[in-house]
Design a protein around this ligand. Structure first.
Ligand code: PEP
Ligand code: MG
Length: 574
């Protein structure tokens, strides 16, 4: 008997379509609690040793699976979990609880895990907050092994399953791949959470931000997950189900066609060459970029590498990383962005980044210029990597021309040093400014006098122009790429770059969204950079439209005053 039909709107975190039975995680464990006798302590300690050994074995296996499926960087999460299990403080706390409180092992592990979570929650630093998820994940694994919980019970199904969980841990995300997991729905976890990144790498749709989901989505009910729109449909009607199946089928046909088109150089129907580039976080992502036949790397977000290190990576360590990327995609270009720490990306080696308003505080180029000695290490590493291929250097969060001038001064200083040290570098490396702060877009002509190229970060440009936190689902309806203010800024910047005869690209999420392709092309953007996942679809879109049509779209849309009208026009045209 099918349950009640219901539709929920969440955030589209990992794209794709899926249908399956809801498998509600999160209420699996009821932890038993009892007092034990002194004579039983020894036995509980032995159970702890056994459970740790079992958990470590599982994590090592998961790590090697993850390494081959999603790459070494993402697999490091499991390395972190292994370290937790070796942490003498964590283990000593569990032993102390057993001995002093005389409680059973399950209760001791649960208490110590909760205490550690509470302790980390008090630290006002998102970097530490991310560790909370790791602690929870490790604690849960340990408990499951102590209790002899058979995960295969949960996963031994021949049916397609949608995992519903208030929060999704990285090991769950990886573990489930080999089973019939088709989609994920979560309450917490934005697009930058570990699980979201993994889900995207695995190509599994994920919708997050669905409130009270464990009470709303029922175990075993049929769910349709639309990871493109962020929609969940519970117990769809027969008609909806058949429409969905048709959509899924045409998506597969479409994907096959797009993969073929992606092999060709990207041109509009009337022959204008458009460069479609990839956004990457590490060398691991370059393979996907090559498969998608990207015209190069338009945005290399270097901070991911820094977030994974306990200490600031040395110049040589950075050089190794950059060189690998540069050589792997050569002779195609790589635009390496200097560190964009701050905002929601924190790192232990900049302790001063604890602010009440981090997005408006010490972030990106501001942090780098505040710490010139560390900044120089990165600039030198990028300069040295530049001899191994086609490298450009990009400065994030520029808000005025002074930051470009100051950085170029530092680059010249690094170049003089490298010359003295007889170390090779490209003295003519292009230096570009990322335009993601409204003030920079308003003084674009001055910036163009010093920058060799521009790259527009629409994710932040939208956040700062409309004053809407990009990660806060409570105001996500105000986060609007086609707000007339954004479109005006984009159009002005494209014109300014053309006047100055310098290249301009877009590397924010807007670039990969085919709803905006005609508009952006029509405004004069002929270089777009995005996650490799979107490249085939975008290329296919470009092949289907002419530049004349695109210009008409831009002209018409720029004259409209209301978001609703703009959306209607775009939806009807494309
Ligand atoms: C942007 O802001 O659009 C951008 C590409 O940078 P990030 O998403 O890394 O802030
Ligand atoms: Mg940005």
């Amino acid at each position: 008997m099918p349950g009640k039909r219901a539709k929920y709107q969440g955030l589209a975190v990992s794209p794709g379509l899926a249908v399956g039975k809801a498998c509600v995680f999160g209420k699996i464990l009821v932890v038993p609690r009892r007092k034990i006798k002194v004579s039983q302590v020894e036995r509980e300690l032995q159970r702890l040793t056994d459970a740790i050994a079992e958990s470590k074995q599982e994590l090592s296996q998961l790590k090697s699976v993850a390494e081959s499926e999603v790459g070494i960087k993402d697999a490091e999460i499991f390395g972190t979990h292994l370290l937790f299990l070796d942490d003498p403080v964590f283990l000593a706390k569990i032993q102390k609880k057993l001995v002093e409180n005389k409680i059973n092992l399950e209760a001791a592990v649960e208490d110590v895990t909760s205490e550690s979570i509470r302790m980390f929650s008090k630290i006002h630093d998102p970097h530490f907050r991310e560790r909370i998820q790791d602690i929870r994940d490790v604690g849960m694994r340990l408990l499951e092994n102590i209790m002899g919980f058979d995960r295969s019970l949960l996963l031994s199904t021949d049916e397609d399953v949608i995992i519903v969980s208030s929060e999704l841990t990285p090991s769950q995300t990886i573990n489930l791949k080999k089973n019939r997991i088709r989609g994920f729905v979560t309450e917490k976890g934005g697009p930058t959470s570990h699980a979201a990144i993994l889900a995207r790498s695995l190509g599994i749709p994920l919708v997050s931000g669905v409130h009270n989901l464990e009470t709303r989505l029922k175990m075993g009910s049929l769910l349709i997950v639309d990871g493109f729109r962020g929609e969940i449909l519970q117990n769809p009607t027969e008609e909806e189900l058949s429409t969905f199946r048709k959509q899924l089928e045409s998506l597969h046909i479409q994907e096959d066609k797009e993969k073929k088109i992606a092999k060709l150089p990207t041109r509009t129907k009337d022959g204008v060459r458009i460069k479609v580039l990839a956004n990457i976080r590490s060398e691991d992502d370059v393979t996907a970029a090559i498969h998608a036949n990207a015209d190069g790397i338009g945005l290399y977000r270097t901070e991911m590498h820094f977030l994974n290190h306990a200490e600031f990576p040395s110049e040589d360590e950075q050089l190794i990383d950059y060189r690998r990327v540069v050589e792997k995609i050569a002779p195609s270009p790589v635009t390496i962005r200097t560190l964009d720490l701050g905002g929601d990306k924190f790192s232990g080696f900049y302790p001063d980044l604890r602010e009440t308003n981090p997005y408006l505080g010490l972030r990106a180029i501001r942090v780098s210029l505040e710490h010139p000695e560390l900044f120089k290490m990165q600039l030198r590493a990028i300069l040295r990597a530049s001899v191994f291929g086609n490298v450009k250097l990009l400065l994030p969060m520029i808000s005025g021309v002074e930051q470009v001038i100051k950085t170029k001064r530092l680059i010249r200083k690094c170049a003089r040093e490298l010359k003295r040290e007889n170390l090779a570098f490209n003295a003519k490396i292009p230096v570009g400014a990322m335009i993601e702060v409204p003030s920079a877009s308003l003084v674009i002509d001055s910036i163009l006098k010093y920058a060799d190229f521009l790259s527009v970060g629409t994710n932040d440009l939208i956040q700062y122009t409309i004053a809407v936190d990009r990660g806060n689902e409570m105001v996500s309806d105000l986060y609007e790429p086609v707000h007339p203010a954004i479109l005006k800024l984009l159009s002005r910047m494209a014109k300014a770059a053309r006047r100055a005869n310098k290249s301009i690209s877009i590397c924010g999420e807007m670039a990969g969204d085919t709803r905006y392709t005609a508009l952006l092309l029509g405004m004069g953007y002929t270089e777009l950079s995005m996650s490799s996942f979107f490249i085939p679809h975008l290329k296919s879109k470009i092949h289907s439209l002419t530049m004349t049509e695109a210009k008409q779209t831009a002209q018409r849309v720029l004259a409209l005053e209301k978001i609703k009208e703009i959306k209607k026009y775009i939806n009807n045209s494309w």
